[in-house]
Design a protein around this ligand. Structure first.
Ligand code: TXA
Ligand code: MG
Length: 332
C-alpha cells in the first residue's frame, strides 16, 4: 500500500490514483486531463459527481496555460503566495481538458502545493494533478499517511508517506474572477490580512472579503465536510454535561491549566480528554486539529464535547473556527 514517489509517477502515468502528501492535507491524486483517472477518484471517495476537484500545478507557467486569467492582481498573488496553501478560482480557457476534473464547470480551483515530494512528482509528469483531500466524502481530511490508509487504503493504488502535513488545514480558496473584489470562499492560514498586505501597494482598489456568500461559487457549501463519526457538541462550561465513559472532551491548553481540578474529576470518570494546543499558537492547533478529531473515533467515543472558547482573529484562528463550526451539531 505504501509506495515510493517513483512508483507514484508510474501509476499516475498509467492513469491510476495515489494519495500524496501536500503541506495542507493529503490529496488523492490523478491525471487531471484524463476522464478515466478522474472517475476513479470520484468512485474511491464516494464523492458526488457534481463536486469539482481542485487541480495542482507544478508552477505558474503550467497554471496560466490553462486559465483565462483577466484579473491583473493574479500574478502578484501567485508570485507571493505560491507554491503555498492558497488556491485560486479562475475561468478555464475554452476547450480545456480539465473539464473532467471540474465536473463540467467552466471554473477551476487551482493551486501550486508547497511540498517537496508532490512538486517532484509534478515535475516528472506532463500533466497537472487533480487532488481532492484523500478521505471518503464526509470524513475528516487526512493529515498523515496512516489516516489515509485507515480510510481509503484498499480503494486506491498506493500512498506516498510524507509524514505529518505542516499546515494541517485545507488551503484557502479565493475567487479571482473579479477585478476589484476577492472573496475568500474557504478560509485557511492565508487570510484577509495576508492578502491585503500584499495587494496594498500595487492594487489598492482591490477589496478582500471574508465571505462565502451565496451569489458566489461556494466550495464545500453544498456538502458536509470534516466530520468525525461521533457527534460533536459545544458546551459553555464544563458542568453543562455530566461526563462518563465514551465521552470525549476537547479543550485548549489554556483551559486545561485553568480548569485543572474539574478535569481530574472528568478523567476519573474515564472520559477521553483531548488537548488541542495553545490558542496563542493557533497554527500549531491547526496542524494537529484533524488528527485530534480522528482521535475521537480512535478512542471509540460515542459523543464529543468541545468547551467554548474565543479563537481570536488571526487567519489560522478564523480557519480553525470555520472548520469547527462545520462539525458542531446544533441542538435546534
Ligand atoms: O489544501 C487543499 O486544498 C487540499 C489539498 C489536497 O490540495 N485539497 C482539498 O480538496 O481540500 P477538496 O476537494 O477536499 O476541497 C476543495 C473544495 C471542495 O469543497 C470543492 O467543492 C471546491 O473546492 N472546488 C474545487 N473545484 C471547484 C470549482 N471548479 N468550482 C467551485 N468549487 C470548487
Ligand atoms: Mg475535502
Amino acid at each position: 500500500m505504501f509506495i515510493s514517489p517513483k512508483q507514484a509517477v508510474e501509476i499516475l502515468n498509467a492513469n491510476g490514483i495515489v494519495a500524496l502528501p501536500t503541506e495542507t492535507v493529503y490529496g488523492l491524486a490523478a491525471n487531471a486531463t484524463n476522464e478515466n483517472a478522474i472517475q476513479k477518484v470520484f468512485a474511491a471517495k464516494n464523492r458526488p459527481a457534481d463536486n469539482p476537484l481542485i487541480v495542482h500545478f507544478k508552477n505558474k507557467e503550467q497554471l496560466l496555460i490553462e486559465v483565462d486569467a483577466q484579473t491583473l492582481y493574479l500574478e502578484t498573488l501567485i508570485n507571493h503566495f505560491s507554491p503555498g496553501p492558497l488556491s485560486y478560482l479562475l475561468k478555464l480557457k475554452e476547450g480545456s481538458k480539465l473539464k473532467y476534473a471540474t465536473a463540467g464547470s467552466d471554473f477551476v480551483v487551482a493551486r501550486i502545493p508547497d511540498q517537496k515530494i508532490f512538486l517532484q512528482i509534478l515535475s516528472s509528469i506532463p500533466f497537472p494533478l487533480a487532488a481532492p483531500s484523500a478521505n471518503s466524502s464526509g470524513k475528516i481530511s487526512p493529515t498523515n499517511a496512516q489516516m489515509v490508509a485507515a480510510d481509503l487504503g484498499n480503494k486506491i493504488d498506493g500512498i506516498v508517506d510524507g509524514g505529518i502535513c505542516a499546515v494541517g488545514l485545507e488551503s484557502t480558496i479565493i475567487d479571482c474572477t473579479k477585478e476589484k473584489a476577492i472573496h475568500i470562499l474557504r478560509p485557511g492560514i492565508i487570510g484577509k490580512k495576508e492578502l491585503e498586505t500584499v495587494l496594498a501597494n500595487a492594487f489598492p482598489a482591490v477589496n478582500v472579503f471574508n465571505s462565502d456568500t451565496s451569489d458566489h461559487i461556494t466550495p464545500g457549501k453544498k456538502y458536509k465536510h470534516y466530520a468525525p463519526s461521533a457527534p460533536v457538541f459545544e458546551i459553555k462550561q464544563l458542568n453543562d454535561h455530566e461526563f462518563s465513559e465514551g465521552d470525549a472532551l476537547l479543550i485548549t491548553q489554556e483551559q486545561q491549566e485553568k480548569f485543572n481540578t474539574e478535569l481530574k474529576k472528568i478523567a476519573a470518570k474515564k472520559s477521553t480528554i483531548i488537548i488541542l494546543g495553545k490558542i496563542s499558537d493557533a497554527e500549531n492547533i491547526a496542524t494537529h486539529l484533524y488528527s485530534n478529531l480522528k482521535n475521537i473515533d480512535n478512542h471509540q467515543c460515542h459523543t464529543a464535547y468541545i468547551l467554548q472558547t474565543d479563537w481570536g482573529t488571526s487567519s489560522a484562528a478564523i480557519a480553525i473556527a470555520n472548520r469547527l463550526r462545520k462539525i458542531i451539531q446544533t441542538t435546534d
